[in-house]
Write a protein that binds this ligand. Structure first.
Ligand code: AMP
Ligand code: MN
Ligand code: MN
Length: 319
């Protein structure tokens, strides 16, 4: 229960992973609002990097802080949806400075880097885990919207296998609070800007199939991103579209962070464990969705990844 996690902490900070996604924003904003509304004698702040514009429909996002002020010491730092210290980015400072630390997460690769770690790798999302910590009756519409957003994003609108019976029950409870589900799904998940669609088209057009069609890969260089006027936040969803290709078991999408440094996203369709591939190269994630950064030319990166993916495909076939 949340009371046990908060204890006597008076000054509380919440943070999530770099390049925040829907679950990261949803879980942070849900917990933030709940504490603010129900623990009025405490002080709570939320720290995240710049978030995608579409998530601004969650009103409380206006309170997000993007910098840690000097000499701030919190009694408790809660990090959400984050599997290791490096992924905290600028908010790692809060982890170092807080009296007590706690992590609530669902990454199989979580390194248990805080004092109290509540990690459930089978959970659909961190947002669902947060819901389980709250008193149902005290959940307001604002909290419900945030948690619903998180669940929608990490389950690909309830499509992935991580969406189990408890996920649907949680979603139902949130709908009872009055969440406008079609609006959240349309405005934050499906809607794309013209530039986002163009870059998606470009990535699909230039994708390559290999390993007899079981693997698909595509990459976007910094030059191409500049040409279309997009940044990394605009590339969400490209890897999911690659993944749906018939016959494909593993999809790879990468974009250039700086010269010869690539952010790689891996997705699997059935049973191949891509978190193992990501962890091999210092990244992490879930069985069917994982990420990492790698150095080298796109060709080097792909060759290195291909070998590990092949091993995982073979391991899966042996089972
Ligand atoms: P992405 O491909 O960035 O959408 O990430 C897929 C999943 O893997 C998400 O749950 C991320 O939190 C996780 N992930 C992505 N990159 C990393 C990384 N470098 N280290 C650990 N986990 C990651
Ligand atoms: Mn996330
Ligand atoms: Mn998540």
């Amino acid at each position: 229960m949340l009371n046990n996690i908060l204890g006597e902490a008076f000054r509380i900070a919440i943070g999530g992973h770099v390049r925040p996604d829907g679950d990261c924003v949803g879980s942070c904003m849900g917990l933030y609002q709940y504490i603010k509304e129900n623990y009025k004698d405490r002080r709570v702040d939320v720290y995240l990097e710049e978030i995608p514009e579409a998530y601004r429909c969650i009103e409380a996002t206006k309170d997000i802080k993007h910098e840690v002020p000097e000499n701030t010491k919190y009694d408790l730092f809660i990090c959400l949806d984050c599997g290791d210290k490096d992924r905290l980015g600028f908010s790692a400072l809060l982890l170092d400075q807080a009296v007590r630390t706690c992590c609530i997460d669902h990454h199989i690769s979580n390194t248990e880097f805080t004092d109290y770690n509540y990690i459930v790798p089978d959970a659909s999302s961190t947002s669902e885990l947060i819901y389980n910590l709250l008193d149902e009756e005290k959940i307001t519409l604002g909290v419900a919207e945030a948690l619903y957003l998180g669940i929608v994003h990490d389950t690909g609108v309830f499509q992935y296998s991580c969406a189990g019976p408890s996920t649907f029950l949680t979603a139902a409870k949130l709908l009872e609070k009055g969440v406008d589900a079609p609006r959240i799904i349309q405005d934050t998940y499906y809607e794309k800007t013209y530039a986002q669609n163009q870059i998606l088209g470009r990535a699909l057009l230039e994708s390559i199939l290999f390993m007899e069609g079981r693997c698909i890969a595509s990459y976007i260089t910094k030059n191409t991103m500049d040409f279309y006027g997009v940044d990394p936040k605009d590339l969400d969803g490209v890897v999911s579209q690659l993944r749906v290709t018939k016959g494909v078991e593993v999809a790879i999408f990468m974009y250039e962070l700086e010269t010869n440094l690539y952010k790689v996203s891996l997705r699997s369709k059935y049973d191949v464990d891509v978190s193992k591939v990501a962890q091999y190269f210092g990244g992490g994630g879930h069985k069917k969705a994982a990420g990492l950064t790698m150095t080298g030319t796109p060709h080097d990166v792909l060759c290195n990844l291909a070998r590990q993916i092949e091993l995982q495909i073979e391991t899966t076939l042996d089972k």
